[in-house]
Ligand binder design. Structure first.
Ligand SMILES: [Zn+2]
Length: 73
């Protein structure tokens, strides 16, 4: 299996974000359909340290938006 975002090989056992290689790619994928509300400015430029803080907040916002969208449509 390859990461759908960056095409790195990923293994389910080793990657909690599988099939994504990382939280970052998972967020990029999520961001691709929430980009109207949550604009990600060059997510590739984020460092992993940034992501420690960033991902939790962002993930919550994305999940919140998803719940909102799925109940609205
Ligand atoms: Zn990836």
């Amino acid at each position: 299996m390859k990461c759908p975002i960056c095409n790195k090989p990923t293994e389910r056992e080793k990657h909690p974000s599988w099939p994504f290689c990382s939280v970052r790619c998972q967020l990029i994928d999520l961001g691709s359909w929430t980009s109207e509300e949550y604009r990600i400015e060059s997510p590739e430029a984020l460092s992993d340290n940034d992501l420690d803080d960033y991902s939790l907040e962002f993930e919550e916002a994305v999940l919140d938006s998803f719940r909102h969208k799925s109940s609205a449509t």
